[in-house]
Design a protein. Structure first.
Length: 234
C-alpha cells in the first residue's frame, strides 16, 4: 500500500510541458497495408438533414496507427483485452534510424547505436522518416526500413516494453514467414505500427512518457490506437 501511495503521489506531481499526437489520421480510403482493401467512412446522419452527425466505418483492425498483440501471430498468445492496461503507458525514447534506405534492415548493430540511451523497460519508437511520406507511393507502402531478425532479438534482450515504428510495419513487406513478429510478440512485447514521429524525432535523445491506448477489442490480435508522447520538461 505504501509503494502504491508513493507511486500515485509521484504521478500526480508529473508536470506536463507539452503533449504530442503520434497518431496518423483515419479517413475514407486512407493508405494502409497494400494487400487489404482501404477503409470506408460513410455519413449515416448529418446536420442539417438529421438531428446529429453520425459516421459509419468499415475497416480492418491493422489500419493506421495500431497495435499488434501477441495473439496476432500466436493462437495461444495474449489478445488485446488480456494485456494488462499498465503495459500501454510508460517512459521511453525515440531511436533515429532514418539514415536507412529503402527496404534496408534495421539490425542489432543499428539499434545498439541509435538506442544507446534506452533503459530496460522502456518503450522504444523507431524513427525511419517514413511517417511524413504517408500516401499511395512505393516508399510508404512497400519500401520502408524494417527490423531484421537480429534487431528483433536485440529488442527482446534489452527488455523493451513496447516497440513502435513509423513505418507501415515492423517487418519488411512481402514476408512469407513472420520471423520478426514472432520473436517480438513471442516475448510478450506489443508492437505499434504507423506511428507519427515527425514532431518528436528532431528533439533528440529526450525521454518521453508514451501512452499507447488501443480500443478494448475482445479476443483481437490488434486494433486501432491513439498514441501520444508527453514531454515532462525534464
Amino acid at each position: 500500500m505504501i509503494q502504491l501511495n508513493e507511486r500515485m503521489e509521484k504521478e500526480c506531481k508529473m508536470k506536463i510541458k507539452k503533449v504530442y499526437d503520434l497518431t496518423q489520421p483515419l479517413f475514407h480510403n486512407c493508405p494502409g497495408w497494400p494487400d487489404f482493401p482501404p477503409p470506408t467512412v460513410e455519413r449515416m446522419l448529418f446536420i442539417p438533414h438529421d438531428i446529429c452527425n453520425v459516421e459509419k466505418i468499415s475497416i480492418n483492425t491493422h489500419t493506421g496507427t495500431h497495435i499488434d498483440a501477441p495473439y496476432h501471430f500466436f493462437h495461444d498468445g495474449a489478445p488485446l483485452d488480456k494485456v494488462p492496461v499498465e503495459t500501454w503507458v510508460g517512459e521511453g525514447i525515440v531511436a533515429d534510424v532514418s539514415h536507412k534506405g529503402d527496404k534496408s534492415p534495421v539490425t542489432a548493430m543499428d539499434l545498439e547505436k541509435a538506442a544507446s540511451h534506452m533503459k530496460k523497460g522502456d518503450i522504444l519508437m523507431l524513427y525511419t522518416g517514413r511517417g511524413r511520406l504517408r500516401g499511395f507511393n512505393e516508399a510508404y507502402l512497400k519500401n520502408w526500413p524494417s527490423v531484421d531478425e537480429s534487431g528483433a532479438q536485440w529488442i527482446v534482450d534489452h527488455g523493451t516494453k513496447i516497440i513502435g515504428t513509423d513505418g507501415l510495419g515492423i517487418e519488411m513487406y512481402g514476408f512469407e514467414t513472420p520471423v520478426v513478429h514472432r520473436i517480438i510478440l513471442g516475448a510478450g512485447i506489443p508492437i505499434v505500427e504507423e506511428a507519427y514521429l515527425e514532431e518528436i524525432a528532431p528533439l533528440g535523445k529526450k525521454r518521453w512518457v508514451f501512452v499507447c491506448l488501443p480500443l478494448l477489442l475482445k479476443d483481437a490480435g490488434g486494433c486501432l490506437a491513439r498514441v501520444i508522447a508527453i514531454d515532462e520538461g525534464q
